[in-house]
Structure formats: C-alpha cells, structure tokens
Unconditional design. Structure first.
Length: 464
C-alpha cells in the first residue's frame, strides 16, 4: 500500500487529479515510494512514509549492540523476537502468533500481573553539589518541586523546543538523580551541555537495570516481594528494598496505564538472576507472566513512545505534552524561549507547526501486532494523504481499532472524519481506506491518572 502518487509518474498525475467521488475506491498498490503529498515542510528530516510492509529481514545478534543483564533470562522465558532500543537488544514478543500472539500477553496484563525486561531504559546518573541546578536546566518541569525518593515524567528539549527524550526522572537523594531513558541516548547530550556549563556534577550511566511489574495484581505481588509498605507508596513514589537478597529501588511507575511498579536492580550485571528468579517464584500464585512491553495497552492509555509518536523535531504542543511546558517556572531551561514563543503564537490563533498528534478510532479488521509502516491518512474524501498513523492497535474494550496519528492542525478537532489506508490484511475492502474519526485520548482510563489528565480536570494546561 502506498500513497496515490507513488506508482508511476503517469499514475501519479491521474490520481492527483481524481475527483472526491472516486477517490475512496482507488487501489493503492504495494510500492516503496515516499509519500510526498503529506506536507512535512516544517521538518528538516521528514518521517519516512514509504509503505514497504513486513520485510523478510533477520535481526543480527552481534557484539556491536549490547545485551542486557536479563537477555538470556528473557529467552528462557520464551522471547522469540526483539528490536534495538538505546543500542541494546529489546525483547518484543513471547507468545508466538500461532498461539495467540501479543493479545494473549495483553490478557495477562489487564487481568493478572506481568513482568517486562526493560533494561533498555538505561539509567543515566547525575550526582554532585550542582545536580539539582543542572537537572533543572535540562528539563522543562521544575525539579525543585521533586522531593528525594520521588519521581516525575519529564521531557528534555533542544534549543528549538524539539523533544530529545521523555524519561522518568528519579530523585534518589538531594544530590542524585537518575534519568530512566526512553529510546534516545541522552548521556552524551548531558555531558555536552555541561562542557559549557562546567557545573559540579558527575554524569555517567550506572549498572542499574529495571524490570516492570504491571497489572491489577502487581500490588499484591510487590507486597510479597518487598513488604506491606509498598501499598502506601504514592504514584511516582520510590522506596529502597531488597529482592532476591539484592539491593533495588522500587517505583510506582510504568508504561501500561495499569497499576504497576518498576524494580531497579543495582549491580545488575552481577545479580540479574537473583532478582529475576525471586520475582518469578513470588509471582507463581498470582499468575505472573513474562511479556513484552505492552504497546497495545500504552496506546489505550495515551502514553507516547519516543521515535514512534515523537522525536527531536516534535514540539511538546504537537504531541499532547504541552502541559510539560510550565507557566510558573522562573528558572531558565534549554528550549524555554522557543517553547514560550510557540505557545504565545498558538494562543494568538497562529499555526506554528503543521501536524498535530490526535487519537483516532477507525474501522478495519482487528490490528493485533506492531505496524511496520506509518500508515497514511486522507481526509473524509479519501484524497491525497495528509497525515500518518504512528501507533495503532485493536482495543478489546472498545471493540475497535484505535491509533495515535498526525494530521494537519486544522483537521485535529474532535469528531473530524478521516480515512486511513490500511494494508490488505487489515482493510475491510482491499485497496479502499477505512473510515476513522478523531477522538479524545486516553482511550481507556488509567489506574493512575497522568499529570496531563489531572491538569485537564483542574482546568490547567500545565503540570504542577
């Protein structure tokens, strides 16, 4: 499946001039050409919208990409496929398609409890007398409001306001912070920033590797592992503990929208088996299942994935992270001037960018695995593509396909009708786009409302 202007020059001219009446029934042949009709002129490097579909490529395992301390344990648990994340191999499937695939893992997450190998969330430690001032300069939110043994979801931006990373920030002590990274290597950026600032901090990756414990039975499992005190821990709270006799930091955080925790194992290269096996043993009575990170559930929760839903050319206001740009933070931070200028332009009715991330409900057969392409979106007339899907999946609760997607700012209002060009395996009629409409995110309530949801309920457009 490709945009109408990609099969040949003659075919491109023909489809570009097609009338709205015949546009929805046009056949999109499987080609491999960039969709030039989606306006990405506000980007320096446009998103690659070639529709190549699944490709018969084997992931090479070599020493150039790191294996996490849990890599062998994931394979023992049944991992059969992986990707690369933060220059580390990342397990992304345990149940094979013939056995039900990712939706079996989804069932375990929403009904019981699961463990994920997320060691790819590499931990970058900033420690020293100037740690608070340094961290406050590289994130948009006010870190002085984060007490020791608490965390926050934060963003780091470049001088243009583009999002470099959206990690969970853990404040371990007054003078020590851990950046639990999404999929971009931020250590080099932090070191580069401090080359100019010359603040008194040490910046380095540390031998700490997390696993996530997610699902409605996660609290009971964690109480068995670390004691009843975990039940009183607030959302984004931290506690020191031991699991399998090894030192860990536990946070009430996660990437699912379900109740969940993360266990950060210190000296993970030495003690991975001790912690992992202790979780497996304690999890038996709770029906614990080792699964891949639950992108089907995080989509329903409106949780973003860096590199998929946002990147270094995406402004916070484009991807529902405008609340991360504070109105009351007086201290300077990287990107502050650019972001405040963009917000002022938006409030004045301007359009400082072209594409806006939205939630969509769409037709088609159930999408039950990862999309290999950014599928294309047309307006209600099914004409030339104007946007693209970033994260689609089927929601059993809604009984429909849901997705995050970028569409022109003027087409981002709720209930705006759209058409999505799905590949044949998901299309209702091969070669014809399915109907879709813009809806509110999150698609499904989270166990712990995000800062964005809390701000909206309180009538604010910024986080505390």
């Amino acid at each position: 499946m490709t945009p109408p202007n990609s099969a040949s020059a003659a075919e491109a001219l023909d489809t570009a001039t097609a009338t709205p009446a015949d546009a929805p029934t046009r056949r999109l042949d499987l080609m491999e050409t960039q969709a030039s009709s989606v306006d990405q002129s506000d980007r320096r490097v446009p998103i690659n919208l070639r529709q190549s579909g699944p490709t018969p490529t084997e992931l090479l395992i070599s020493t150039r990409v790191r294996k996490s301390p849990y890599w062998h344990l994931s394979h023992k648990a049944g991992c059969w496929r992986a990707t690369v994340y933060n220059r580390m191999y990342h397990p992304r499937g345990y149940v094979r398609p013939e056995d039900g695939g990712a939706m079996v893992e989804y069932d375990a997450l929403v009904n019981r409890v699961t463990m994920w190998n997320v060691a790819v969330e590499r931990q970058i430690c900033v420690k020293g007398p100037d740690a608070e001032a340094f961290v406050n300069y590289v994130i948009t939110r006010d870190v002085t409001r984060v007490a020791p043994m608490h965390g926050k979801y934060v963003i780091l931006c470049n001088e243009r306001g583009g999002i470099l990373n959206d990690p969970v920030l853990l404040r371990i002590a007054e003078d020590e912070f851990w950046f639990s990274l999404s999929d971009s290597d931020i250590e080099m950026w932090l070191r580069g920033v401090n080359t100019g600032l010359k603040m008194d901090v040490d910046i380095a990756e540390i031998d700490v590797s997390p696993v996530q414990i997610q699902g409605p039975k996660s609290e009971d499992l964690m109480a068995d592992l670390v004691g009843e005190a975990v039940r009183a821990m607030p959302y984004y709270g931290l506690m020191e503990a031991t699991v399998g006799g090894r030192s860990v930091v536990v946070s009430q955080t996660g990437f699912s929208g379900e109740k969940g925790y993360e266990i950060y194992l210190r000296d993970a290269t030495l003690y991975a088996e001790d912690m992992w096996n202790a979780v497996l043993e304690a999890g038996e009575k709770h029906g614990l299942m080792v699964i891949a990170p639950a992108h089907h559930r995080r989509i329903a929760a409106g949780i973003l994935s860096w590199g998929q839903d946002l990147d270094h050319e995406t402004l916070p206001f484009q991807c529902n992270l405008g609340y991360q740009v504070p109105r009351k933070k007086t201290a300077d931070y990287i990107g502050k001037a650019a972001l405040e200028k963009v917000r002022a332009e938006l409030e004045a009715g301007g359009r400082p960018y072209r594409q806006q991330l939205v939630g969509m409900v769409m037709g088609g057969r159930p999408i039950t695995d990862y999309a290999p392409d950014f599928w294309l979106i047309s307006g209600a007339d099914g004409g030339d593509p104007v946007g693209y899907v970033t994260s689609p999946w089927y929601s059993p609760e809604l009984g429909a396909n849901i997705a995050m997607a970028y569409v022109p700012l003027e087409m981002s209002a709720l209930d705006t009708p759209l058409r999505v060009w799905l590949p044949e395996q998901y299309a209702e009629i091969p070669g014809q786009p399915v109907e879709a409409k813009v809806v509110q995110m999150p698609f499904r309530a989270s166990a712990n409302p995000s800062a964005r949801e809390r701000a909206r309920l309180q009538g604010r457009d910024y986080a505390d």
